[in-house]
Design a protein around this ligand. Structure first.
Ligand code: DGL
Length: 258
C-alpha cells in the first residue's frame, strides 16, 4: 500500500479529540482518518497517571496495528502522561500531542490574567509546571481544574442549564477580579465553548490548542514525505470502546458541530 494513502490515527479518552479532528480535516482534507475514543475508560483526567500511561500506549499501538501512518494524541491528559515514553518507544512514528495554548494567549495580551481550564491530572503533571514556568513572568496564569466537565460533552450536553450552573459555580472560585483570557486545556472543552463564553463574558478571549496541533501534524507529515494531497476528499472512520449506536451518532454530530 502507498505509504501516503495510510490513514492518520487520532486518539482521545472519549469524544473530545473530535475538536482536534475538525482542525486536522480543515488543514488536511485529503487525508483519511481513524478516530479512536476510549469512552469506556473515560474520564482519564481524574485517574492515576500510570494507569493513563498504560491505556494511552495500548490505544496508540491499536491505531498503529490498524495501519495509521502517524498518530495525534488529541488529549492533553494522555499527552502529559505518555507522549514522552511513546516517542522513545516509536522514534520513527510522526506523533503529535496537545499542549494548552498558553503561548498564543500570552502573546495576544502580555501582562494579562489568563485562566487555564484543564483536567486535574493535566494541571498536576510536570509538563504543565514547565509550561507555566516558561510564561509566568509574562502573564498571571491561573490553573483551574475542571473535574466533571468532560462528562457533559460525553453525554452530548453542550448547552443545557446544568452545564451553565456547573460553569457559573466553577468561575465563582476565581473571585471578582476580571480575567482577559481562557485557555481550553482539554480537547473536550471546545464543544462547550459557546456556554463558556456566555458565562465568562464577551470581554474574555478563548484559546484552544487544536489548530496548532493540526498545523504541527501537517508539518511533520510533509517533512516525512507522508502528506497526502490531491485525493479529492478523505474519509473518517470512528471507533469507540463503548461501541454503541448512540456513541457513533454523537461522534458524527460533534464532527459536524460548528
Ligand atoms: N480530552 C481529554 C484532555 O484533553 C481529557 C478528558 C478526560 O478526563 O478523559 O485532557
Amino acid at each position: 500500500m502507498d505509504e501516503k494513502a495510510r490513514p492518520v490515527g487520532v486518539f482521545d479518552s472519549g469524544v473530545g479529540g473530535i475538536s482536534v479532528l475538525r482542525e486536522l480535516i480543515q488543514q488536511m482534507p485529503d487525508e483519511d482518518y481513524i478516530y479512536f475514543g476510549d469512552s469506556q475508560n473515560a474520564p482519564y483526567g481524574t485517574q492515576d497517571p500510570e494507569q493513563v500511561r498504560q491505556l494511552t500506549i495500548r490505544n496508540v499501538e491499536y491505531l498503529m496495528e490498524l495501519g495509521a501512518k502517524s498518530v495525534v494524541v488529541a488529549c492533553n491528559t494522555a499527552t502529559s502522561a505518555a507522549v514522552a515514553i511513546l516517542r522513545k518507544m516509536y522514534p520513527e512514528l510522526p506523533l503529535v500531542g496537545m499542549e494548552p495554548a498558553i503561548k498564543p494567549a500570552v502573546l495576544h495580551k502580555p501582562g494579562s490574567r489568563i485562566v487555564v481550564m484543564a483536567t486535574p491530572m493535566t494541571l498536576r503533571q510536570e509538563k504543565f509546571r514547565l509550561l507555566l514556568d516558561r510564561y509566568k513572568e509574562q502573564a498571571e496564569i491561573i490553573p483551574l481544574p475542571c473535574p466533571g466537565l468532560m462528562e457533559f460533552i460525553e453525554r452530548g450536553d453542550l448547552e443545557g442549564e446544568d452545564l451553565r450552573q456547573y460553569l457559573t459555580e466553577l468561575f465563582q472560585q476565581l473571585g471578582q477580579k476580571p480575567i482577559d483570557g481562557i485557555v481550553l486545556g482539554c480537547t473536550h472543552y471546545p464543544f462547550a465553548r459557546r456556554m463558556i463564553q456566555e458565562v465568562a463574558g464577551d470581554q474574555v478571549k478563548i484559546f484552544d490548542g487544536g489548530e496548532g496541533t493540526a498545523r504541527e501534524m501537517k508539518r511533520r507529515l510533509k517533512a516525512a514525505g507522508l502528506l497526502r494531497e490531491g485525493s479529492g476528499r478523505g474519509k473518517v472512520t470512528f471507533l469507540n470502546s463503548r461501541n454503541t449506536n448512540e456513541e457513533f451518532a454523537l461522534c458524527e454530530q460533534l464532527l459536524r458541530q460548528t
